[in-house]
Design a protein around this ligand. Sequence first.
Ligand code: F6R
Length: 608
Amino acid sequence: MCGIVGYIGYEQAAPFLIDGLEKLQYRGYDSAGVCTNDGEKLIVEKEQGKLEELQDMTDNGNNVKGTVGIGHTRWATHGRPSKENAHPHLSQSGKFAVVHNGIIENYMPLKQHLLENGMTFSSQTDTEVVVQLLEYYYDGSFIDTVIKVVSMLKGSYALGIMCMDDPDEIIAVRKGSPLIVGIGEKENYLASDVPAILDKTRNIYRLDNDEIAVIRRDGVSVIDRNKNNIEKSVEIIEWDIDAAQKGGYEHFMMKEIMEQPKAVRDTVFSRIKDDRVILDEIKLTPEQIRDFQKINIIACGSAYHVGVVAKYIFEKILRKPVEVDIASEFKYRDPIIDEKTLTIVISQSGETADTKEAMEEAQKLGSHAIAIVNVVGSTIASEADSVIYTLAGPEIAVATTKAYSAQLAVIYLMAVYFGDILGKINQEDYKYYISELKSLPEKIKSILETSESIKDIAQKYYECKDIFFIGRNIDYALSLEGSLKLKEISYIHSEAYAAGELKHGTISLIEDGTLVIALATYGRLYEKVISNIKEVQTRGASVLAIGCEDQTELNKITGNTIFIPKACDIMLPSLAVVPMQLLAYYVASFKGCDIDKPRNLAKSVTVE
Ligand code: F6R
């Protein structure tokens, strides 16, 4: 979850590196650094804290000499956030410099071996072992030494490497962590993600696992570990840098909330032809689909919350048992699945290590894995048996919004697609689902148009210390997301409870004035939630309800209701989540929080 950038050309490298790091900050931001070759030595400038520290220290890179360099923005894994632990790391004599994303799992024995042989270390990182190994095993050939050293490493890595003896090359290696090479005119670039280099080029190579790129001013060669050339095809990036920038909003999060009608429209409409759902991406025959006995959903965080919604929907429509697991739990619980189980993994980034490893575990047990992923070409997308891309566009704010909505849209599409194949949906319902799916973007838009009224509500509550979310069935699944959104960006303690479960303990926390946000959209259990609202009101809670526009009684009971348009019940989460996202956003904004980069979080969690 760190960011890498590299440059080799005829311009000064550091200003470009720092600009690239700025665009990669969402990948981690506890420290940052650059290394360049000034013609005499490798110089490293790095600083703990936000990128501004490095920008100030180097005058935006202008006072760092050299036309070749690598840079890094870090989110700590091994070793606390500090200047010594920031990348780039230099080898003992200063001959090599390395930036690294990922985790070297066997760094301890390798470090021990080096220490016993007289090498010294100046950081607590796993990364430093790579740079010291390069120095220790250096045999005069930069490339041969890199190949030798990476063959010793276990774990995941994207590495950018410089060597003082080869000042006209950067070597990049990838295994398990993403890395791209940008192709320019008399200059070339390296990055862990596209936005870092999009100002300079749209032509890239995406490195696959174990590929090595030797990047020079006049060209790039990609080789395998036996030094055989690999023919890479150039990918042309179609989307614009503006798409990865704020587009006039104060924060990426608000921009992305507002982009939800488009994200849902793109995701849904590209899969509906002549009022039929087409999911060609699923590489399974109708017979294979009919043969599945259960569905197993794996994800983390908000993507897991989509999985919880999916469980309710799939079980209701498909009448197949569905298990939904947090990926980090799934891996270690000896899951009972086989080739009769369909696995669905959900991940915005496609790089979440826990989700990736859980998917591998399911695949090992014979299960077909369908991945719902936003980032094209990401690791999970490459390793899944089938991939359905959410077409949400790049999501920069750490807290997910539009990717969550696009994931939900895919779940509805899958429910209709599978339901039809399994013979669980009659033609009348099929038509109804399609027309409801098609109307979602407009309904989401109409909620977004009421954002000012949600801002007023946020102003009333932003000083709360604890907030509870309650709901039943899919409203419960949704309350999990409402609570996470609020707590992660506003730092207000919040919990989500199945409304009927509250009285089994947690209700003792309710006291005069405690805010309870009650989701009451799901018609079948509306009366039950009303009873739960009364239970908490009796204990002094102040209730904010979210309900459908025809549930006017809700406002008589609470005097405080956000209404959403009516929709088919399984698709209500796509509407009800929007006011909760807006509420979280405005509460965080009134509190003056760093909305796009909440403390302790990173956009993409590529370590276990
Ligand atoms: C919360 C959030 C996280 C992610 C989780 C999984 O707003 O964004 O909870 O949902 O880290 O990430 P992906 O979807 O990239 O696998």
